[in-house]
Design a protein around this ligand. Structure first.
Ligand SMILES: [Zn+2]
Length: 310
């Protein structure tokens, strides 16, 4: 999942209120995959290119299903989902607005891999009920691919679903979103290093398959490292925003009687969200027992935010 809006993508349809986009590279990749996989299906009878075509189409359908699970969960929480872009080993669900609680974040992230896992296990189970043959081979491959998609997306690094799940868990346990983002950033870096170490330790230079796998692990490691570095920078910004506490900005003066009341303990992004939900120039800061602490000017929050972001 990502919050960025794609360019150069084609719209192929609309599901659950979200535009389904594909990049032209996905079609090129699809043709390549058919050519690469066709020989595998040769001995099963039938046209191997047609079988490989069905296999690649089910790969793409599996990824679409994974993303639709994210879309449905995000929409259930009231987030807007303008589009979904399909890639090879996953897609990007473009969310507008961020999760407002660790629970929303956890559920929105985990439903994708769960959907892939359920489809994968169902396809594998169905394959095992059949005699070896064409349908068996296709079902087995669909099962394998869905379990691979689930596993890949659950790698514990942002922006993958596994990183988001970990971020939500730490956010829930500590009550601090910035701590969750920073922890997920460090875990993602650890996972990237772990992948490289594993690839190096298990590579057998004489085996071309091992070399390809090591190369693939390297690419994933770079992807995880970059995502984690982005997360660490975002986490540091969030930590600075967290330092803004409504009580510290209070003016010791009687707020106007019509002023909207906000808890004096609000801080960071929660303070900003509360102000966006109830736009006003002046607020009344109150303690849980109802005591008025003072007046909060929107302009002073704005100033504090700009200072922390410098
Ligand atoms: Zn996902």
């Amino acid at each position: 999942m990502s919050e960025r809006r794609p360019r150069g993508a084609w719209r192929i349809g609309r599901i659950a209120g979200a535009d389904i986009l594909i990049r032209p590279s996905l079609l090129v990749m699809g043709v390549l995959l058919v050519i690469v996989f066709a020989p595998q299906f040769e001995r099963l009878g039938g046209n191997p290119y047609a079988v490989a075509g069905v296999f690649v189409a089910s790969l793409y359908a599996s990824i679409l299903l994974h993303e639709i699970a994210h879309v449905v969960a995000a929409r259930a929480f009231g987030m807007r989902v303008p589009s979904v872009t399909l890639h090879l080993l996953g897609g990007e669900t473009h969310l507008e607005g961020e999760s407002r609680s660790p629970t929303q974040e956890f559920v929105t992230a985990i439903v994708g891999p769960l959907a892939s896992l359920v489809v994968g296990v169902a396809a594998w189970w169905s394959a095992l009920q059949l005699p070896a043959g064409l349908i068996y081979a296709v079902l087995w491959s669909v099962g394998f691919i869905n379990i691979l998609v689930a596993g890949f997306n659950m790698l514990p690094g942002l922006p993958l679903d596994g990183g988001r799940v970990f971020r939500a868990l730490i956010w829930g346990a500590t009550g601090s979103e910035s701590r969750g983002v920073l922890a997920a950033g460090w875990l993602g870096r650890l996972a990237a290093v772990g992948l490289v170490v594993w690839a190096v330790l298990t590579v057998d230079r004489l085996e071309p398959f091992h070399l390809t796998r090591a190369l693939l692990f390297g690419v994933v490691a770079i992807f995880l490292w970059q995502g984690s570095s982005g997360a660490l920078a975002h986490g540091r910004r969030l930590t600075r925003v967290d330092r803004i506490v409504a009580r510290d900005l209070a003016v010791d003066a009687e707020p106007p009687p019509e002023a909207i009341a906000l808890p004096a303990s609000l801080s960071g992004r929660r303070l900003l969200i509360a102000m966006v939900e109830h736009p006003a120039r002046v607020y009344a800061l109150v303690e849980p027992d109802g005591t008025v602490v003072g007046r909060l000017d929107a302009a002073s929050v704005d100033r504090a935010y700009r200072e922390e972001m410098r």
